[in-house]
Design a protein around this ligand. Structure first.
Ligand code: DGL
Length: 233
């Protein structure tokens, strides 16, 4: 029987990660928990985020997941150690996965307030590119507006312009969408940056790590090749 892949997020954001997992590993059954009772996570305290992660991951473990993919950057930034301890199975992170494949020294990160304040992206990118400039911008308005469902509303457009401004000023050439809700804003964000700016979805790098992991656990059907993470320049 195939390993059950567990994922969780505060709401619909993690579905952007689930979509990548299902596209690349269609044979893998997935269990996705959307914690809509407590969305948003990104304006909560670190203590809250860690307590929630412990509870949710414990529940996923009880359901028998064989591997956990972090589908929430905020939990990844503040509570990866908690998730690892509670999961009892391999955990694939978003932040380390994407940091390992970034090949730019002028990187912007759009993230929730908790993720941005944690400095997790800066640390992870500096671990592989010590000289890189990493500018993390907190985007508190995004998740509530995305969850409200109107991706073309004027408030989202105005908020995006505000959040992107410091990154334009810093002349970054690579922008990490450091919250799993934000890939839903890709078209809107892409219009605000100069052509050639790379908009990076960390889920792609995480999914690149999931394949070899499933294979090492004996869980890729014959003929299915693990997708290896492509370098992101
Ligand atoms: N989508 C999540 C993340 O990647 C959580 C966002 C939130 O609930 O604030 O951080």
């Amino acid at each position: 029987m195939s390993l059950l892949v567990g994922l969780f997020d505060s709401g619909l954001g993690g579905l952007t990660v689930l979509r990548h997992v299902q596209q690349h590993y269609p044979h893998s059954p997935c269990l996705y928990l959307a914690d809509t009772a407590r969305v948003p996570y990104g304006t909560r305290s670190a203590e809250d985020i860690r307590a929630i992660a412990a509870e949710v991951v414990r529940w996923l473990r009880q359901q028998g997941v064989g591997v956990l993919v972090m589908a929430c950057n905020t939990s990844n930034a503040l509570a990866l150690d908690v998730a690892v301890a509670e999961a009892g199975v391999p955990v694939v992170g978003l932040i380390d996965s994407v940091a390992a494949v970034i090949e730019s020294d002028r990187v912007g990160v759009l993230a929730t307030p908790a993720t941005a304040a944690s400095g997790a992206y800066r640390r992870a990118i500096h671990a592989v590119r010590p000289g890189a400039t990493v500018m993390e911008v907190a985007c508190p308005a995004f998740v509530p507006l995305i969850e409200a469902g109107d991706l073309s509303c004027a408030e989202l457009q105005a908020a995006a312009q505000d959040y992107v401004a410091p990154l334009l000023h810093a002349n970054v050439d690579t922008v990490v969408m450091g919250c799993t809700h934000y890939p839903l804003l890709r078209p809107l964000l892409a219009d605000l940056f100069p052509p050639g700016t790379r908009l990076v979805d960390p889920a792609e790098a995480a999914v690149g790590r999931l394949g070899p992991l499933l294979a090492s656990l004996g869980d890729l059907p014959e003929g299915e090749q693990p997708l290896l993470g492509a370098a992101i320049r």
